[in-house]
Structure formats: C-alpha cells, structure tokens
Design a binder for this molecule. Structure first.
Ligand code: ADP
Ligand code: MG
Length: 256
C-alpha cells in the first residue's frame, strides 16, 4: 500500500495520520477561537487535548466531526478533506463517533433500542443483526444486562457507557470524547474511564478532551496543550512532567 496520501494542500501526510489539522482557524463572529491549530493523530493512538476552559478544545474537536466549519486551514479525517466542497458528510459521520458530556439517550426507548437506532436507520441493518451488534457493544462497555432497561433505570455512569456503546455500534474509525465524565460524580467517573481505556487497548483511535490529568497521563500517546486558541505544547504524556512553557506550568499548577 502506498503509505503517502496526497492532500488538498498539495503536501503529503502519512497514511497513519487518521486526523490532520493544519493551521486551522475558526471564528465565531468577530472572535477568533482557533488561531492556527495544528496536530496529527496516528492510527490506533490516543490523543488527549488539555487546557483551560475556553481555550478552544471543544471547538477543535467539533471541527474534526465538521459540527463546526473552519474558516481557514486544512483538516483531513479518515481520508476526507473537510474543506472540500464535495465532502461526503454522511461518510465522514460514519467514520467518526463523538460522545459528549451529556449522553442524550432517548428516554422512551430501551438501552438496546437506543443503540440499534442508527445502525437500523442509517446502515439499514436487519433487526436480528442490529440486536446482535447492540449486544456486542453493550458487552464491550460492561452493560450486557441492560439491553431491556430504560435510561432512567441506569446510573449516570451506566448511561454514559451506553452512549459510548451507541457510538461504537456505528463502528467508527475514530472516536472523539468531549469531557465525557465531567457531569458524573467522582465514584462513577472511574467506570467510564475504564471503558475508554479498554477501547484504547483494543487499538481504537481516539481524540479526547479531559480534565482528569492522571487519566490523561496514563492513556495518552500524545498530549496537546491548548491555550487561547493555539497549541502550545505537543508530545508524549511526559510533557506533563517537563512543561516547556509558562502557560502549561501555570495550567498544571492550577489543575493538579
Ligand atoms: P473549551 O472546550 O476549551 O472550554 P471551547 O472550544 O468550548 O473551549 O470555546 C472556545 C471559545 O469559543 C470560548 O470563548 C467560547 O465562548 C467560544 N465559543 C464556543 N462555541 C461558540 C459558539 N457556538 N458561538 C460563539 N462562541 C463560541
Ligand atoms: Mg469544552
């Protein structure tokens, strides 16, 4: 296989780079919240975005799923060039799974039905196949017993795990997690983080925003520190032990 793929910018990225952001700018009205963000995510690796509230982490993540359109720069995700006017948004959304702080399960559907919904409607899976898939995804997040339960019967941590299972059921190539444990009590955070760790062990490519610094240190193949709309430091998890900038030192001082 050719390990170099041409990009719209005319340069080449490694085929192992599932996500590439290059000099990405994003404004809301007059306010520029991403001011030239660049980083790459390799296949099978976990990238963790850290930084203060308002530094642009969620916006960067949302640009990867094209929930936000960038104003300038280059983004490529699973081979899709997001700034290409002929972008197949449907295919991009099939390749990218995203899980937010709020799980947004449909309350009137069982957990199994919630998970089967998109595979049935988007992928046109037959019922038996969708049930098997949902069961498999529920077992992946340790909720095999909850297929017939309703969301309100589950704890917050279990609901978030069900939301992860729902995303997994679309068999994405990359998963994005935006502060998925922030709404949870500390005792429920661990079970969700363990599920994410399990996915990492299985080789899932992931980009996540988290304030759980110990978890970031443990799971990250790559850490990206953002501050005021820019990337200040990128590197393996030990950038946390050897911050090069005053900004990262300051951030760690406040958060650890
Ligand atoms: P983080 O996730 O690091 O806390 P965000 O990406 O959510 O940061 O936000 C970065 C900045 O962009 C903040 O100042 C925020 O108020 C602003 N912002 C985010 N989304 C919008 C939006 N849809 N409209 C206007 N401003 C926004
Ligand atoms: Mg955010």
């Amino acid at each position: 296989m050719n390990d170099l793929v041409p990009t719209a910018a005319g340069t080449a990225d490694s085929a192992n780079d599932i996500v590439v952001l290059r000099d990405v700018h994003k404004s809301f009205g007059q306010i520029e919240v991403l001011k030239g963000v660049s980083f790459q995510v390799k296949r099978g690796e976990v990238t963790v975005l850290i930084g203060k509230s308002g530094s642009g982490k969620s916006t960067a993540l949302r640009c990867i799923d094209r929930l936000e359109k960038v104003n300038r720069g280059h983004i490529q995700v699973c081979g899709h060039v997001l700034t290409d006017p002929t972008l197949d948004l449907r295919q991009l959304r099939l390749d990218v799974g995203i899980v937010f702080q709020s799980y947004n399960l449909f309350p009137h559907l069982t957990i199994g039905e919630n998970i089967m919904l998109a595979p049935r409607s988007v992928k046109k899976l037959g019922k038996a196949q969708a049930i098997a898939l949902a069961q498999q995804c529920l077992s992946q997040v340790g909720l095999s017993e909850k297929f017939d339960a309703y969301p309100e019967q589950l704890s917050g941590g279990q609901q978030q795990r069900a939301a992860i299972a729902r995303s997994l059921a679309m068999q994405p190539k990359v998963m994005l997690f935006d502060e998925v444990t922030s709404a949870l009590d500390p005792q429920l955070t661990g079970e969700v983080l363990r599920v994410i760790e399990g996915l990492a062990d299985q080789g899932m490519t992931m980009v996540m925003v988290t304030h759980e610094m110990n978890f970031a240190r443990k799971i990250a193949d790559q850490l990206v520190f953002m501050h005021q709309g820019k990337v200040w430091e990128v590197g393996p998890a030990d950038v946390l032990d050897h911050p090069q900038t005053e900004e990262l030192r300051d951030f760690l001082g406040h958060d650890l």
